[in-house]
Design a protein around this ligand. Structure first.
Ligand SMILES: Nc1ncnc2c1ncn2[C@@H]1O[C@H](COP(=O)(O)OP(=O)(O)OP(=O)(O)O)[C@@H](O)[C@H]1O
Ligand SMILES: [Mg+2]
Length: 289
């Protein structure tokens, strides 16, 4: 084995500094039953603890309704945990902050603004001068492959282009962490694969820490340094799986998905998730009774 190959295996692709620390998070919602008007408390997330390293790409998977979005909302400061703490660089988070950029499943672009205006929106609200803003926006549009589409409105863009614009906007204020909730869920499979590759390239160029939710096991294996598998409700972390594919091979090997290694990782991850998906189907069947 070449020296370089050995080094790739030994050296982690991300630093060992902890960026995001989650300690014993529990989230409960109080809901009012339609049938009798009584209030009851449901536990959505139960005692979740995890650490994400600086520059790491963590993917979260789990059955529908297990609390993935709720967890990401807590990381983004959009929702508060009932118990537990989340800290970034050792400081507890308290509400939304520009050190976290969020990309939602729906493109969430303003239809009355052009691509460039959408990307520069947050900068404008922070009173960044037009000249400086244009410079940043142009650089970001080039980074996400949208140069030439500055003056297009969202309805003139394809789904993939809208999501590129949403990623550019999330990067505009230079957040340390990107929180992405099924950002490629609505795209066709070809565009999705292209954007996955682009996202890895952008991550390599910017060194951002990324937390990414998906329902696609293939996407999880391709993107993640580690995959956190969640259990059915109440959501807990069932297992965190390290994906032993090097960053370079993901970008350089066009056919990585058909390699034996990739297929094996995908199968073992599916075995872990399958159990939870079946349990969740049973859970919802019983809840309907
Ligand atoms: N504000 C709320 N009040 C009551 N229950 C809620 C609230 N928000 C979410 N829930 C419940 O919490 C559970 C988890 O929701 P969440 O959206 O986090 O799941 P998810 O894992 O992201 O699902 P999906 O994969 O379908 O996106 C769901 O059962 C949902 O009904
Ligand atoms: Mg969700």
């Amino acid at each position: 084995m070449s020296e370089e190959a050995v080094e790739t295996i030994l050296k982690p692709d991300f630093s060992t500094d902890v960026k995001l620390q989650v300690k014993n998070i529990t989230k409960k919602f109080t809901i009012r039953k339609k049938q009798n008007g009584e209030y009851s408390t449901v536990t959505i997330l139960d005692n979740i603890s995890l650490e994400v390293k600086k520059g790491e790409f963590l993917v979260i998977v789990g059955p529908s309704g297990c609390g993935k979005t709720t967890l990401l909302d807590i990381f983004g400061g959009l929702s508060k945990p009932t118990e537990g703490t989340v800290s970034i660089d050792g400081e507890s988070i308290d509400g939304p902050d520009l050190n976290r950029g969020i990309v939602f499943q729906q493109y969430a672009l303003f239809p009355w603004l052009t691509t460039a205006e959408n990307v520069g929106f947050v900068l404008e609200s922070q009173n960044v001068k037009k000249k400086e803003r244009d410079k940043i926006v142009n650089k970001l549009l080039a980074l996400v492959g949208l140069s030439g589409f500055e003056n297009h409105y969202p309805h003139q863009l394809s789904g993939g282009m809208k999501q590129r614009a949403a990623i550019a906007r999330a990067l505009s204020f230079e957040p340390d962490i990107l929180l992405m909730d099924e950002p490629f869920g609505a795209l066709d499979s070809l565009t999705r694969e292209i954007l996955q590759r682009e996202l890895l390239r952008i991550r390599n160029e910017t060194g951002k820490t990324i937390i990414f939710i998906t329902h696609s096991i293939d996407e999880a294996v391709f993107l993640a340094d580690r995959v956190a598998v969640m259990t059915v409700r109440p959501g807990t972390i069932k297992k965190i799986v390290k994906i032993p594919l090097s960053r370079r091979s993901r970008l350089e090997n066009e056919d990585i998905r058909s390699t034996k290694e990739f297929v094996q990782i995908r199968q073992s991850l599916w075995a872990l998730i399958k159990e939870e998906v079946f349990k969740s189907q049973k859970y919802f069947r019983e809840e309907r009774k």
